[in-house]
Structure formats: C-alpha cells, structure tokens
Ligand binder design. Structure first.
Ligand code: C5P
Length: 400
C-alpha cells in the first residue's frame, strides 16, 4: 500500500515563479498515493496551466473562475472539509497576508477558511518581501493559528539576487506533508531507534575496513516508522542517502561510535531496529600516518567489536521490542534462529544476501521474519520500503 493511500491533500498554488516546482510537488504527492486537488489563484494561472496539474494528479484542477461556476456555492466547503491537509506551495506574500487577515476573496482563500485540516505553508518570494515586517507579521499570526511554515530557504532568486526567499524543494515539502499526515498513526507517541548502513573501521587516515551495506533497508525502516506516526532517530553509518524528513539523524563512522550512540538512546526508545551492518572486527590500532607502499605489505591486526544488540538486550532499561537483521550467505534459517536466541531478540529479519535481487545495494529484498514465539513469515520479493512496512507492522503488534 502506498504511504499516502486515501489521504486527501488540497494543494493551493499562488502566483510565484516557484509554481513550476508545484507541479513536481503535485506529482510526488500523487505518486505517494495521495488524492491531490489543486487550486490555482488567478496570479498562478499566469505562470502555469491547470492542465499541467491535471496531467500529474489525474484529477480536475480548480481555478478561481470555478468559484462562480455551477458548484460555486459548495465547492470551497467541500474541498475544505474533505481535506486531510491544506498545503499552499508556493505561498506568496499576498496570499499569506490574506490568510492572516481571514480574507476570503478567491477560491483558495475561501477554501482555507472553510477547511478544518492542518494548514502547511511554503512561502516563496523575493528576499526583501519576505523580510518585510508585514510578511513577518502575517507568518507570526498564521503560526499562532496553528499553521506549519516550511522555508523559504536561501539561494538564487528569480530577481537575480540571492537571499532567503526560495521555496523549499518539492521532495522536502512532500516529506513534511508525509509527517503531518502520519500524525495519530499506530506508532504515534512511540520512539523508534533505527540503525542503518555499514560501519567503517580506520586502518590509517585514508583507509578503512568497510562492507557492502548501502543503508537502503535501514533508511526505508526509518521512513516506514515515520509513516506509522513514530518519533524516529536514525543512527547511520557513512552513506550518500538522504535521511527521511522528520527523522532525527545521527551520523557515526565506527562500530564503537554506533554502540555509544545506540546505548545512549536505547533506554528511552520503545523499539530498536538494528539494520546496520556492524563490522565485527576493527584494526586494533589505526596507524596515525598513511601506511606507505614502500614500507612493504603491512599486517593489520584485528580486534573484536562490541555486539551492540547483545549489549542492549542485557541492559536493565531497554526498548520493549528488539529487532535484529541477519544477512546470511548460507544456512539462512539456522543462523538467524541462533542469533534471535543468542542476542535476546523479539524478532529477526533474515535475508539471503547471495541472491541477486535481495540484500546489499539493490532496491528490493526478500526476507523471512522470525519471532521469539517461533513464528515464521516468508515474504515475497518486495521493495525495501514494503519490507520495512511489514517489519514495522509486526514490531508494532509486539508493542501492544
Ligand atoms: O552477528 P551478526 O552480525 O550476524 O548479527 C546481525 C545483527 O546483529 C544485526 O541486527 C546487526 O545490526 C547486529 N550487530 C550488532 N553488533 C555487532 C554486529 C552485529 O548489533 N557488532
């Protein structure tokens, strides 16, 4: 199931050149499963056509004239009442001022007055207009009324100047919408701690012992936990992935750094999902200068790293649900069962990393969920996000 399945978003688009990015935002929200009803103001129509939005949402896009059409007397009330979120992106200084004053002189502002859903605003305008006390006062009033304001950010502006005024990027706005729409989900009020990626163990200042973990499954778990309404902390090894909007990200490099971070956070967490590929060994002494080839082939002596999950499971104060991952290339079930017991886990997610379409680096995974009570559920080949949803749903049921 798509993360925003059956969620209704009214996307208000007002007259800023950032309108062209609003089409991308509408597309992203639709791809996440939301039903997106777009309302353009008359000024927005100068920049972009309703057809652009209709083409990406598969739904009618409304223009100001619709206010005076056959449905005019009910349209704003219907759109406003049906919405789970009213997102205005881009939001101009003019629309912000109207909303703050409670004016309702077009279909969008009228709908905003009729709506009971949370209001999210993504201002976009020239830096000077944003800084103007009138705009700042509008935003202050709107915040006091409960609106969430995201951006603007600093950078190149259409005026040719640079400053604070750019609309936040569509991917980030879609992330904020996702967080807002997840409020009250099955993990609302729960703290979920997720580890992801591989650790790196320094040999010298330039070389490390690393592994092939991409972090994709762990990042998908963090996203799935957010989508179920949890407060999420993501402890991540080095990876190029972008953390999901709403997750609190802590970056670490080594297994020992990951252990310290996890132990500091575990006592307050309801659930730990340990998806990181933690190096079992580290060079016992990293050289403080780059090892030179001319010095001959070095011998690197290794020391054992702490077993983070085992340490957590031995703490007096620990998460109610502990989930481990077993990446195996042989004897999958026997090895996973052994780890479930020896590490004191509630569930283990076993995957065969020798398969081409599952495990490291790829976007899909094929796993078996084993639980403490002997339960065994074999999942088909799924996207890493779908695997994450299944894992989270099962782990959430163990919390009850
Ligand atoms: O023992 P093995 O590494 O196969 O166990 C895998 C599980 O244990 C994973 O959930 C991994 O994150 C965790 N682990 C750990 N500390 C280690 C090694 C693995 O917490 N040093």
């Amino acid at each position: 199931m798509l993360p925003l399945h059956a969620k209704r978003i009214v996307l208000g688009v007002t007259g800023s050149i950032a309108c062209y990015k609003a089409a991308d935002l509408a597309s992203k929200l639709t791809q996440l499963g939301a039903e997106v009803d777009v309302i353009l103001t008359a000024a927005a129509e100068h920049f972009i056509k309703p057809l652009t939005f209709q083409s990406v949402t598969g739904r009618r896009a409304y223009i100001d004239q619709d206010l005076w059409g056959p449905e005019g007397h009910v349209l704003h009330v219907k759109l406003g009442k049906d919405a789970d979120l009213l997102l205005i992106a881009p939001a101009t200084a003019n629309t912000l001022a109207k909303l703050a004053a409670g004016q309702a002189d077009n279909l969008l502002t009228l709908t905003a007055l009729a709506a009971t859903a949370p209001l999210m605003l993504a201002p976009a305008m020239d830096g000077g207009m944003f800084d103007h006390p009138a705009t700042q006062a509008s935003l202050e009033t709107l915040r006091a009324h409960g609106a969430q304001v995201h951006g603007p950010v600093s950078g190149h502006l259409a005026s040719g100047l640079s400053g604070v005024g750019r609309m936040l990027e569509p991917a980030e706005l879609a992330g904020h919408a996702r967080v807002a729409l997840s409020a009250g989900g099955p993990l609302a009020g729960r703290r979920v701690l997720v580890t992801a990626g591989g650790t790196q163990e320094p040999i010298d200042p330039v070389r490390v012992i690393a592994n092939r973990s991409s972090g994709k499954q762990g990042y998908a778990l963090a996203q799935a936990a957010l989508d179920l309404g949890a407060q999420v902390t993501l402890v991540s090894g080095p990876t190029a992935l972008i953390a999901p909007v709403g997750a609190h990200l802590l970056r670490v490099q080594t297994a020992v750094e990951m252990r310290d971070a996890v132990l500091a956070l575990a006592a307050a967490a309801d659930m730990l999902l340990m998806a990181a590929a933690v190096a079992d060994f580290r060079p016992s002494q990293a050289a403080d200068k780059k090892i030179k080839r001319a010095e001959g082939v070095p011998t690197v002596e290794l020391a054992a790293n702490p077993d983070i999950l085992k340490e957590v499971s031995q703490q007096a104060q620990k998460p109610r649900v502990l989930v481990g991952f077993a990446a195996e290339s042989n004897d999958l079930l026997a090895n996973a069962q052994g780890k479930l017991a020896s590490k004191g886990l509630d569930m283990i997610v076993a995957n065969d990393v020798s398969a081409q379409d599952a495990g490291f680096e790829v976007d899909t995974n094929r796993v078996i969920l084993l639980s403490k009570d002997g339960g065994q559920e074999e999942l088909p080949l799924l996207s890493k996000y779908e695997v994450a949803r299944k894992v989270l749903e099962k782990a959430a049921s163990l919390l009850k």
